[in-house]
Design a binder for this molecule. Structure first.
Ligand code: BJW
Length: 244
């Protein structure tokens, strides 16, 4: 049974994991569930290295459309992104943010201590050198690479199924020493992020899930706040910033 009262006075190190749900109220679709991205596009067709090898044009189109939407002006950070940026600035202990999201809404809200474990939509990578560059809204197999000037070498700088997520050494180091782990807007379907709550329990950290729905991993969390991130994350910020 989840508890409903957090004893927040003894926390010094906080790690927050975010997923697609935190950006839902900004107008970006989530992946799973009704109306999600994977309902419109089969994951096997666009989010694996094999898909990119088989049909790169489809993959370029999929990510170009998402970049266009992200940069179109309608998508802006919401109250949850801003509340996490506030915590980075104001929380007196250590605060780290790990996101599975490839959008840049955390940065736009002001977060800087941020790990994009599944990459960044607004970056592209040379498949020959591994160099990472800022991406234009559109690029494809005809776009020359910024380092070798060759066409056909650029790919989205995102992590597909079967690939190693980014910055895992740093993220596991964070997870070795902290008091509070908060997972916001993630379904807990995708590893290794889905396993972070188990690491948190092993190190004795308090665990909190913020999600309007019950998820695959809900029963592993000590505390569960049901509701949209835009409402619940400002509540968490206010709690953590209130005088003990
Ligand atoms: C709200 C809300 C609101 C709605 N407020 N909330 C068998 C067992 C275990 C593992 C494996 C296995 N077979 C294969 C694997 C490994 C595989 C995996 O996990 N597969 C599973 C499907 C089983 N993982 C990998 O391959 C990863 N690599 C890997 O494991 O390398 C080896 C390794 C070994 C050891 C250490 C480290 C690594 C790579 C995974 C790459 C995932 N890539 C994607 C695409 C990125 C690019 C792109 O954007 O196109 O990442 S898939 C997609 O899922 C994306 C997301 O980051 C990721 C997670 O999704 P997320 O964020 O949870 O979104 P949703 O849609 O699932 O959920 C949204 C949630 O929001 C819901 O719960 C809603 O209720 C909620 N919500 N509105 C708050 N307003």
């Amino acid at each position: 049974m989840a508890k409903d009262r957090l004893d927040y006075r003894h926390w010094h190190n906080i790690v927050v994991l975010t997923g697609a749900g935190i950006s839902a109220e900004s107008g970006l679709g989530t992946f799973r569930g009704a109306g999600g991205l994977w309902e419109q596009q089969r994951v096997e067709d666009v989010a694996t290295p094999e898909a990119f090898a088989r049909d790169p044009d489809l993959v370029y189109r999929f990510y170009n459309a998402r970049r266009e939407h992200l940069c179109g002006g309608e998508v802006q950070p919401n109250a949850a992104h801003h509340a996490l940026a506030d915590l980075e600035n104001l929380f007196p202990g250590n605060f780290a943010l790990v996101t599975q999201n490839v959008d840049d809404l955390h940065e736009r809200a002001g977060s800087t201590r941020l790990y994009h474990m599944h990459g960044e939509l607004m970056k592209m990578r040379c498949t020959a050198s591994g160099s990472v560059f800022d991406a234009p809204v559109h690029f494809d197999r005809d776009s020359p690479c910024s380092c070798c000037q060759r066409a056909g070498r650029l790919r989205p700088h995102v992590v597909w199924f079967g690939e190693m997520p980014i910055d895992m050494d740093e993220i596991y180091a964070l997870l070795a020493d902290y008091d509070l782990f908060v997972a916001i807007g993630t379904s807990g379907n995708v590893y290794p992020a889905a396993g972070f709550v188990q690491i948190a329990r092993q190190v004795g950290a308090t665990t909190l899930e913020i999600n309007p729905e019950i998820t695959e991993g809900s029963s592993l969390f000590e505390f569960q706040w049901r509701g949209p991130a835009g409402e619940q994350v400002p509540r968490l910020r206010d709690l953590l910033m209130s005088p003990g």
